[in-house]
Write a protein that binds this ligand. Structure first.
Ligand code: HEC
Length: 143
């Protein structure tokens, strides 16, 4: 009797796990689609932010180094989470002696200022940088 009970209990928890993980899986796929799918409107908005916040005074995307690094391919060379925290607060990265930030600081004379971007602006500006990087790579291949 007790054995049977135990058995159905574990069977039940297996089901709960199956249902849970498949729902979590669907959620992850959705979230991923959302983060990789970027609309033309987001890219355009990102371009405006890049100009309005003055990113273009220190950075190009595929046109070479200014007082800051060329941002071409930055989404490939850095992780998403690193980029998010960097753009949110570059000073925090220096304060905790983030190795990537410290390495860049050794190469560039300027320190990137905190431009008080919202999460939404960060997402858009990264879409713009990524899109422009890809366009620039495509042009290079054609040459
Ligand atoms: C005053 C110049 C300046 C401005 C304005 C500026 N940056 Fe920077 N940025 C830098 C410098 C310099 C670095 C290299 C790290 C350091 O030494 O601070 C950097 C690093 C970066 C990196 C990391 C690059 C890599 O290779 O990992 C990203 C991404 C970035 N900036 C994006 C932006 C964006 C987006 C804006 C506008 C919202 C912006 N920056 C505005 C100077 C600037």
């Amino acid at each position: 009797m007790t054995r049977r009970k135990k058995c159905s209990f574990s069977l039940c928890s297996v089901w709960i796990l199956v249902v849970f993980f498949s729902l979590a899986g669907v959620g992850l796929v959705k979230a991923d689609e959302k983060s990789t799918k970027r609309s033309a409107a987001d890219i355009e908005a990102g371009k405006k932010i890049f100009q309005a916040k003055g990113c273009n005074a220190c950075h190009t995307i595929g046109q070479g180094t200014l007082s800051g690094p060329d941002l071409k391919g930055v989404l490939e060379r850095r992780s998403k989470s690193w980029l998010l925290s960097w753009l949110k607060d570059p000073d925090a990265a220096f304060a905790k002696k983030d190795p990537i930030a410290m390495e860049m600081l050794g190469k560039f004379f300027t320190k990137m200022p905190n431009l008080a971007l919202s999460d939404d602006e960060i997402g858009k500006v990264l879409s713009y940088i990524d899109e422009t990087s890809k366009e620039s790579l495509k042009k290079e291949k054609k040459k």
